[in-house]
Design a protein around this ligand. Structure first.
Ligand code: ATP
Length: 336
């Protein structure tokens, strides 16, 4: 099990970053626990990288403060923050072998050569690269190069690792494989990981908790289950997983019905007593192997999705209308 005492906690308090023509980050506060795998998730331009850069010290704050391991980071330069950093394109030194790339940060910290080699070999083994020590970066695949970058970021045993879309340049299959490896490495080393992605599946796979960014603010922080089952806003509900969003009659609230919570009936009489009933048009039935997925259109034209284990044979032919219902206890209502 991960030993969380090896990781450092991070606190952002009222952090903003203003540029002359835009506000990249607007009064963000967040606590990352020691040893946690925290993911920053959000669309392009929502402020994820800016936040990571403020933690690293690459960017200066406009307001607020960053605290790492209880120490205020005002005026603490990047290299004194002792953070491991992995970017999407973290250029390795092309003229150095894998082993020399990984020992490099230790040389700068004046670690004796024999000890540096021992630590580098251990970091390479953790990153799944045993046996590749003598290769040069150009002799490695993209995924292997990112493993070297990971080993180099881990080798001096930083208490925090910052990872900015490290898997972004890899194809889907490799990406999924490395996601699982990254999870394993996180548990093995017990450090705090702060990971940036715009891929919600990646966030759900990897994280202890996820901070959802939108337009320079954090909309919600929670476990994957919190965000899915109890989204705090319509934005979170629509960004995480699939849903049918129903605007309630008063226009001030919306109900979020997840695909597996939605029920389709042939007519109103079949709907369980006390449950809502909305007549919908079923636009498509898609076979998923594990069941069926129905794309529905609500009376207002909004599109939603319902999953079912059965094909709903009564829908065949020209009859493409159905009644959508759900158990209100299992579908959260939110401010619109
Ligand atoms: N150096 C800069 N000068 C001016 N504006 C900037 C600068 N860096 C970032 N911004 C702006 O700040 C906002 C947030 O950018 P940021 O890079 O943090 O977003 P992001 O969520 O990481 O996006 P992506 O997923 O595309 O990397 C954007 O609107 C961006 O245009």
């Amino acid at each position: 099990m991960a030993d969380s005492t090896r990781g450092a906690g991070i606190r952002l308090d009222g952090v903003s970053k203003h540029y002359p023509k835009s506000i990249a980050l607007d009064n963000v506060s967040l606590d990352v626990k020691a040893g946690e795998f925290m993911t920053f998730l959000g669309p392009s331009g929502s402020g994820k990288t800016t936040t990571l850069n403020l933690i690293a010290g690459f960017t200066e704050l406009t307001t607020g403060s960053v605290t790492i391991d209880g120490k205020l980071m005002d005026n603490v330069p990047v290299h004194k923050r002792e953070l491991g950093i992995v970017f999407q394109h973290y250029a390795l030194f092309p003229h150095l072998t894998v082993l020399d790339n990984v020992t490099f940060p230790l040389g700068r910290r004046r670690v004796p050569k024999a000890k540096a080699k021992e630590l580098a070999l251990a970091a390479l083994a953790t990153a799944g690269l045993k046996g590749y020590e003598d290769r040069f970066p150009k002799e490695l695949s993209g995924g292997q190069q990112q493993r070297v970058a990971l080993a180099r970021a881990l080798v001096f045993e930083p208490r925090v690792l910052l990872l900015d879309e490290p898997l972004g340049a890899l194809d889907k299959k490799l990406r999924e494989q490395l996601q699982l490896e990254l999870r394993r490495v996180h548990q093995e080393v017990g450090r705090t990981f702060v990971f940036v992605t715009h891929d919600q599946e990646e966030a759900l796979t990897l994280s202890d908790r996820i901070a959802v960014f939108n337009e320079g603010r954090i909309e919600q922080v929670g476990t994957a289950q919190d965000l899915y089952e109890r989204p705090a806003s319509r934005f979170v509900a629509e960004f995480i997983g699939e849903s049918t969003v129903i605007e309630n009659a008063d226009n001030s609230t919306v109900t979020v019905v997840r695909p597996e919570r939605g029920e389709l009936y042939a007519d109103e009489n079949q709907v369980p007593a006390g449950q809502p009933a909305i007549r919908v048009h079923v636009r498509q039935a898609i076979y998923l192997g594990s069941g069926w997925k129905f794309e529905i259109v609500l009376p207002g034209g909004e599109v939603g999705v319902v999953r079912s284990n059965s094909q709903l044979n009564w829908l065949s032919g020209d009859n493409s209308t159905a009644v959508l219902s759900w158990n209100p206890a299992l579908a959260p209502s939110l401010a619109a």
